[in-house]
Design a protein around this ligand. Structure first.
Ligand code: PMP
Length: 383
């Protein structure tokens, strides 16, 4: 009470002229977030009512599109990469240093937003067949964007290789300040560790450790590995299932231990590129981030473009959820698994990003946005 009785003069002073310093450290406590970085993580776990009712399982989805910087799970990864680089002295906040990355979009958008907030530049290399709104958004966020023809990973002009060589050029140029960081989301441990430290524990807490399966697609593999590594330590009986789009080699890697079936000739387009309307998941090489959790993946479900398209429509029609293509693939795989496991199980998956990021491509498909007819769940589950 003594404290309170001696404080009115300070309180009234603050009321006249708020002193920001007085409030430092109390922001989180007051429900105020410290910039966009403070809005990353702690995403809600949503029960998808229509899919739960239809299957008799509880199908829960982590609403990763509600991450508050770049609106995808990549916010966690981008922040983790930048924080680890700062801790290692590779980046200095507000130095104007450049962060380089090869990305199909989401990681670039998260990096670009966080770079703005922390005083860095972002240089993003991406394939030119991704939805145009992603590169538009990157430009508006102030990133430098190089859109390149999709190419095999062995090609120097492939988007990840290009980003790596741009970072090296930066370091070699005496006129450029700072080190120039190659973010390297496919290989860096900062990626899976962000999900091991965030997404995994959040799912465990939000379900009180009461879940039977976790379902996720993989691009870099950071999400599925990080979450599986955390959850399987706590729940050894948990089933971890990969959701894989057409043309990706990961399904074969999980099911049969090989990336390619012998009929696929080396050097063909299929061997290097994922042939699907889905963006962000599916890949034809084993990255470090996939490898670190690979042995924890129990099964894989192949999802066709047609199934993803129908699921996206189903989720809008029944739940008002307007999601992107990888989220739709996750939901098809989660529902397929629910049918396999039978009623009474609890399955967790991810809603990665919003349909707004896919308007010109995935959602421009006539099958997705065009028809008035209701989609049946049977047709969604029919490969
Ligand atoms: N969904 C979207 C929209 C993505 O951009 C990505 C990452 N490329 C993923 C899912 C897959 O996540 P991860 O890289 O952790 O495997």
């Amino acid at each position: 009470t003594q404290q309170w009785s001696s404080s009115p003069s300070r309180k009234s002073r603050n009321r006249q002229r708020p002193n920001v310093k007085d409030h430092e450290g109390s922001a989180e406590h007051d429900g105020i977030k410290e910039g966009i970085e403070g809005c990353i993580g702690n995403t809600p776990l949503i029960k998808i009512k229509s899919l739960s009712e239809a299957t008799g399982c509880e199908i829960l989805a982590k609403a990763e599109f509600l991450n508050g910087a770049g609106n995808s799970p990549k916010d966690r990864v981008a922040l983790s990469i930048i924080q680890m680089a700062e801790a290692d002295g590779l980046l200095t906040p507000h130095s104007g240093d450049t962060v380089y990355e090869g990305t199909v979009g989401s990681t670039g958008i998260s990096l670009a937003a966080i770079c703005r907030a922390r005083g860095y530049k972002a240089h993003i290399c991406m394939p030119d067949d991704m939805a145009i709104e992603k590169s538009d958004l990157l430009l508006k966020l102030g990133a430098e964007v190089e859109r390149v023809r999709p190419a095999p990973i062995v090609d120097q002009k492939q988007f990840v290789n290009l980003a790596r060589s741009r970072a090296l050029e930066h370091t070699a140029d005496p006129n450029k300040r700072g080190s120039g960081l190659f973010a390297d989301q496919f290989e860096t441990e900062a990626n899976w560790k962000a999900h091991y430290a965030g997404t995994g524990p959040e799912i465990y807490d939000q379900t009180d450790g009461n879940l039977d399966a976790f379902v996720s697609g993989a691009g870099t593999g950071g999400t599925i590995s990080g979450v599986a590594l955390f959850l399987k330590e706590k729940l050894p009986g948990l089933k971890v299932v990969l959701a894989d789009p057409p043309g990706s080699g990961l399904y074969n890697r999980v099911k049969f231990g090989v990336m390619f079936n012998t009929k696929e000739k080396e050097g063909t387009r299929r061997r290097h590129q994922v042939d699907t309307i889905v963006e962000g998941i599916g890949i034809n090489r084993v990255t470090q981030n996939f490898e670190v959790g690979r042995e924890l993946i129990d099964d894989a479900v192949k999802v066709t473009d047609d199934q993803a398209i129908k699921m996206a429509r189903w989720l809008v029609e029944h739940d008002g959820i307007f999601c992107g293509s990888s989220s739709a693939v996750n939901c098809v795989a989660a529902t397929t698994l629910a049918k396999q496991l039978g009623p009474g199980h609890r399955i967790v998956t991810l809603l990665c990003d919003s349909g707004a990021r896919h308007l010109s491509k995935f959602w421009a498909n006539k099958e997705v946005g065009g028809s008035e007819d209701d989609v049946s769940l049977e047709s969604v589950l029919q490969p």
